[in-house]
Ligand binder design. Structure first.
Ligand SMILES: Nc1ncnc2c1ncn2[C@@H]1O[C@H](COP(=O)(O)OP(=O)(O)OP(=O)(O)O)[C@@H](O)[C@H]1O
Length: 581
């Protein structure tokens, strides 16, 4: 348990001053809460004693008690207020900071990371798991630090007045510590199982929600929701089983604390009957021990949760330790934008899909990449943007090996238009501004006009302030494409990677998109995964990719004058299956 506490303290590094001051306030607040009862018990003891001895009570006693009680109540509220002010928000502030750090890290990891790791695991780490730390860490720190401090103080006080009672209390505390150790061990065993179940549930929920449209269109609710419902059931079963494992230890812990309090009072009472302890001290000790031992019971929850937070911290450390492809990269300002693939090979996992590919693309040239589905066109573009690193060979831009650059400094020079456009759940203005966050309003509108989306945006009831549904769900495919082109226009990067839409858009939209694209690519180095014959024919050079290799390259005329796959492809393109034009 103390190891877990230590880890939480390391996690909150930078907040320790507030944390310890908060703990001090919490300690004082607990004593101030116990104080009035103690004072009343002390006064009662004096009244009983004076009645037994037949002596008159000091007339100042009731006023003294009343003043003391009011003072303690005020002190309690002041301390509780400052404890909350100083300590409560530390978890929230630290979790928010870590979410930002992890968000930044995820932006920099290679895309292969997301193939290897379940999206549900990452989502759970960023949301529910960090929330556990956010909500519980400070409560746990307070319960453990404050709880043990209170017990220590009461045992020391009792040792002064009545060592036998203190000894009984120590035995009870040791027994409760043994039970806590059991709770900690049980929790360490069950927390990772609980986490895995939670992650599986998050993954299943994401898949279930993403797949709902397919599920509905195929009318297969029963089959496809099975994984989600099974994950829900498994999660419930695991949590119930985990909870049952704690029951004996919880009972032992609570019993030992109660027994310590009762034992302390009985021993002190016995001493009073023997005449070795004064009655007011006995009454004070009785009131006091029940209040303090009662407040220590929450350590029980701490022991449960600390192992859970331990497992969360393991997961977060694992995420933070993720290798970044560009951690040794330099921030480079390129002066030229010619591209060279030099004997590049690459595989997803162990399966090589790009085999010893070499080609050069001069600055400001337009290159069309064509080839059958699955031949490696998108992979070549992903390698250029450093979504993945090559396994062999090298890719240079402006003569600079891209592995020696930071991803940010490389991607500053590249704008990409994908077939499947992703728009954020934000206003249209901010979605366009994503290309250049500091762009002025006039620049946003100018880019929208050039990308042929200004008119349809202005026709929307809230214009540029219209909220886009998640992923762009409330816009048509053509509208989303044009907004993404406006985004790239605003970025004004010297290299453009373009995946031409294969989905049939209506002729008017197609025309608008082509006009927007012509404005985007003017004077740039362009690589297009080309599907339209016009794009292919107008390109300065064509790369024909087949099975992860460059089968042919040249201009349309050169390639048409040769025997080969390209000419066959063009001639039979209407009938050829698997080819994209
Ligand atoms: N993330 C991935 N993990 C594993 N294999 C992948 C991944 N992405 C693509 N592949 C495989 O790599 C090969 C090349 O895929 P790629 O997407 O580059 O082809 P493509 O020519 O762009 O296809 P299309 O025209 O259909 O988009 C394919 O065999 C594909 O199955």
């Amino acid at each position: 348990m103390f190891r877990s506490m230590n880890r939480i303290l390391r996690w909150t590094k930078g907040y320790h001053r507030r944390l310890y001051l908060g703990s001090l306030c919490s300690f004082l607040a607990t004593w101030a809460a116990a104080g009035p009862v103690m004072l009343a018990a002390w006064a009662l003891g004096l009244v009983i004693e004076s009645a037994q001895e037949g002596t008159a009570l000091d007339a100042r006693l009731p006023w003294l008690c009343l003043g003391g009680i009011i003072l303690l109540i005020v002190l309690r509220f002041v301390c509780a207020y400052w404890k909350n002010r100083l300590q409560e928000s530390i978890g929230t502030e630290r979790a928010a900071q870590q979410r930002l750090e992890l968000g930044d890290l995820l932006k920099r990891v290679s895309l292969g990371y997301f193939s290897k790791n379940n999206l549900g695991d990452i989502l759970a780490a960023l949301t529910t798991e960090l929330s556990t730390l956010e909500l519980q860490s400070m409560k746990m720190v307070d319960a453990v630090i404050n709880g043990y401090l209170q017990v220590l103080v009461i045992v020391l006080c009792m040792a002064f007045f009545c060592p036998e009672a203190a000894l009984v209390a120590v035995v009870g505390v040791l027994l409760s510590a043994f039970a806590l150790r059991g709770i900690g061990r049980q929790s360490a065993r069950t927390a990772p199982v609980g986490h895995r179940a939670q992650e599986a549930l998050s993954g299943a929920a994401i898949e279930y929600i993403h797949g709902l449209s397919v599920v509905k269109s195929f009318g297969q609710e029963g089959v496809s929701s099975q994984r989600f419902f099974e994950a829900c059931r498994a999660n419930k079963d695991i949590r119930i089983k985990n909870e049952f494992g704690f029951v004996p230890w919880n009972c032992l812990h609570l019993f030992s604390l109660k027994a310590a309090a009762v034992g302390l009072v009985l021993t002190a009472g016995w001493q009073t009957m023997n005449g070795t302890l004064e009655l007011p001290v006995l009454l004070m000790a009785a009131m006091f021990s029940f209040t303090i031992f009662g407040s220590v019971e929450s350590i029980n929850d701490a022991a449960h949760i600390l192992s859970v937070t331990d497992s969360v911290l393991d997961r977060l450390e694992e995420l933070e330790g993720t290798e970044l492809p560009d951690q040794d990269g330099k921030d480079v300002s390129l002066e030229r934008y010619d591209i060279c693939f030099d004997h590049v090979s690459f595989g997803y996992g162990t399966r090589e899909v790009i085999h010893d590919v070499s080609f050069q693309l001069p600055q400001n040239s337009a290159t069309a990449i064509v080839g059958p589905s699955g031949s490696g066109k998108s992979t070549l573009c992903a390698l250029l943007a450093r979504f993945y690193d090559v396994d062999q060979g090298r890719i240079t831009v402006g003569g600079y090996d891209i592995r020696k650059m930071t991803c940010d400094s490389l991607l500053r020079n590249i704008a990409m238009v994908f077939q499947n456009v992703y728009l954020f759940h934000d206003t249209i203005r901010n979605n366009i501004r994503f290309g250049r966050p500091d762009a002025a309003e006039e620049d946003v509108i100018a880019a929208a006009k050039t990308a042929r989306c200004h008119d349809f945006i202005m026709a929307l009831p809230q214009g540029y302030d219209t909220m886009v549904g998640e992923g762009g769900s409330n816009l048509s495919g053509g509208e989303k494409q044009r907004i993404s082109i406006a985004r790239c226009l605003l970025k004004d990067a010297p290299i453009i990677i373009l995946d031409e839409a294969t989905a049939s858009v209506d002729p008017e939209n197609e025309h608008e998109i082509q006009e927007a694209l012509s404005a985007l690519v003017r004077g740039k180095t362009i690589i297009t995964i080309a599907h339209r014959l016009a794009t292919i024919q107008n390109a300065d050079r064509i790369l024909v990719v087949e099975d992860g290799r460059i089968a042919q390259h040249g201009t349309h005329q050169e390639l048409m004058s040769q025997e080969g796959t390209y000419r066959n492809f063009i001639e039979i393109r209407q009938r050829a299956e698997g080819w994209r034009i």
